[in-house]
Structures are given as C-alpha cells and as structure tokens.
Design a protein around this ligand. Structure first.
Ligand code: NAP
Ligand code: GLV
Length: 307
C-alpha cells in the first residue's frame, strides 16, 4: 500500500512517524512528492488541491477527531470512506480540562481569586452539590471520558446525544425535544459535540435562558456551537455566570474579538485535547494493517450526519 500525507502543520514528523511504524509502506509527502494515485490519504486540514491532484483509492484517514473541516472541502472525493481518530490520547486530556473547570466553578475559584486580589476575606456558603448538575453535550468517546472522570465527585451528571446512551451514573437525554430539560438541570454545560448542520448555533439565547441562572458554559468541541453575540448578552445580563471557551467560530481568535477582554470569559487556544503524533500514528497504523488484511476498521464517519 502507499499513502499520501497531507497535513497543514508538522507534516514531516507525521510522515517520519508513519514510515518508522510501517517500513514496508510508501509514504508520500504533499505537495512535493505527490503521486497521481494512492491507496490511502492521511490528512489534517489538507490543501484542497491535494484531492484534485491525487486519486485516493481506499480510504481517507483524518488525523483528528473532528471532521468538519475535511467534510467541508468541495474537492473531497465522494465514495471514499473517511475514518477519524478515536480518542488517541485526547479523552484523557478532555477529562483533565473538564474536571479542572467544573471544580473551579463548584468551589467558586474565580470569586476567591478576585477577593484575594482585593485583599478581602469573603467566604461564601458551600454550594449544594445535589443541585449542581453537570451536563455534557455529546456522549461520544470524549463526552463519555469526561463523564467517567467527573463520576467520583458526585455531581448529578447528564449527557445529551442524538441516540440514548446507557452510561452508569449519567442521565441520558436524546434528541432536540429533550434539550431544554437537559439544560434546565445543568449548572455547567460542557460542549463536546461535533460541528454539523444540526449542532451549529445550538447554544444561543434560548438555550442560555433554559439553563439555571448564573450557570457556566464550557465549549470544548467546536466554536460554531455557540452564537457569540448571544453569549456576550447572556453574560452581561447575569443570565450566565461564566464561559470557558477552548474553541471559536474563527480560529485563531482575532485580536480585536470582544471575548478576549470580557470579564466573564476564560479563553484557551484550542488546546483542551491536542493531537498526539505517537498515539495517533499507532492507531492509524493498526487500521492500515487491518485494511491491508481486508478487515473492517472502526471510526468510519457517516457523511450524511457530518460526524
Ligand atoms: P464522537 O465520539 O463522534 O461523539 C459525538 C457525540 O455527539 C455523540 O454522542 C453524538 O450522538 C453527539 N451528537 C452529534 N450530533 C448530535 C446532534 N445533532 N444532537 C445531539 N447529539 C449529537 O466524537 P468525539 O470523539 O467525542 O469528539 C467530539 C468532538 O470534539 C469532535 O467532533 C471535535 O469537533 C471535538 N474535539 C475538540 C478538540 C479540542 O481540542 N478542542 C479535540 C478533539 C475533538 P450519538 O452518540 O447519538 O451519535
Ligand atoms: C481537534 O480539534 C480534533 O478534532 O481532533
């Protein structure tokens, strides 16, 4: 088998890692070493021209979990299966991030940081944990990892997805009709949804109004989940207490974006779960070996659903 490596950043290290793991396979680096056809393409935010110049015969492997950027490419060949990364070291990172943010919110960390800056001794009453629901939008590999990590802390947990999921200790809400009930019990809402036509703009004024007053939104999936002006309005009015955002409608966030200096917003630059080359190469290499043996591989994307 041969493969095209078309990766926007760190392309050389990806190619070298694949070549070291699968020495019998030929890896061509886009654009300089692009052959007219390959068995598979290994891509992350590829140059759209790559699919015009190189015919991919068997599969396209997305070197990330989210496939929104790839599926939006007009040059993406139809009829070729797209396979995404499954966890590959990202679930652990998402769990770390979510636990950090939820515990900060529950223990009023921002209040005590402000009080210390002002030299104020300002104890707050302990929050009622039974009333501090944590809702995870998305019950996929990353959402479930977050639920497992939060489990031991005893918050009432819920997850929202398209289809119901039976996750121990996590109330399952499925489908649009259940969204308001899910939001109403979530003091913290953690977005771990893919960007699809059905999820874009899901968290806007109506969703924020359905949450408990003063709640927190944490977005770790894709930025277009949130209607940005509605988020600012909800924070300014006190409807929401805080937002922690790792992903944005346009990245990098422009220097003059109002989010940067909003006192109710904490920003990280799309680092809640970074792609790790070693784990990702190992996962994809095992799937390439399975393909070569004629076996099916997991992680196939349903293009109609967009994830
Ligand atoms: P996944 O396993 O495919 O899970 C996606 C979840 O979203 C599933 O539970 C799915 O429901 C649910 N979902 C999709 N469309 C929905 C809709 N219209 N209504 C309700 N639920 C819907 O994906 P994952 O591996 O957990 O990754 C989730 C996303 O995280 C990725 O797509 C990517 O955009 C993002 N991500 C971000 C970073 C970062 O650093 N910020 C890193 C990695 C990934 P069902 O279970 O019913 O199918
Ligand atoms: C990162 O955002 C990914 O989708 O892997």
């Amino acid at each position: 088998m041969n493969a095209l490596v078309a990766v926007a950043e760190r392309a050389g290290p990806w190619r070298d890692a694949f070549a070291a793991r699968l020495p019998a396979m030929r890896f061509h680096l886009w654009p300089d070493d692009a052959p007219p056809e390959v068995d598979v393409a290994l891509v992350w935010k590829p140059d759209p021209e790559a699919f015009r110049r190189v015919r991919v015969k068997r599969a396209i492997f997305n070197l990330g979990a989210g496939v929104d950027a790839l599926l939006s490419l007009p040059t993406l060949p139809r009829g070729v299966p797209v396979v995404r990364l499954e966890d590959a070291g990202m679930a652990e990172q998402m769990a770390e991030y979510a636990v950090l943010v939820v515990l900060r919110a529950f223990r009023d960390a921002a209040h005590y940081e402000r009080a210390q800056r002002d030299g104020r001794w300002a104890p707050l009453a302990r929050r009622d944990k039974a009333a501090f629901g944590v809702g995870i939008l998305g019950a996929g590999l990353l959402g479930q990892a977050v639920a497992r990590a939060l489990g031991p802390f005893g918050f009432p947990l819920a997850a929202w997805s398209r289809r119901p999921h039976d996750i121990p200790g996590v109330a399952s809400f499925a489908g649009r009709a259940s969204l308001d009930a899910f939001l109403a019990r979530s003091a913290v809402v953690i977005g771990l949804l893919p960007s699809t036509p059905a999820t874009r703009g899901l968290l806007g004024a109506a969703a924020f109004a359905a949450m408990p007053r003063g709640g927190e939104v944490v977005n770790l999936g894709r930025g277009d989940l949130i209607v940005e002006p509605d988020l600012i309005a909800a924070l300014d009015s006190g409807r929401l207490g805080h937002a922690t955002l790792d992903v944005f409608g346009a990245e990098p966030l422009s220097p003059d974006h109002p989010f940067w200096h909003h006192p109710g917003i904490t920003i990280t630059p799309h680092v809640s779960a970074v792609t790790r080359i070693a784990e990702s190469v190992e996962q994809v290499a095992a799937k390439l070996e399975a393909l070569a043996r004629g076996e099916p591989v997991s992680g196939a994307v349903d293009r109609a659903s967009g994830y």
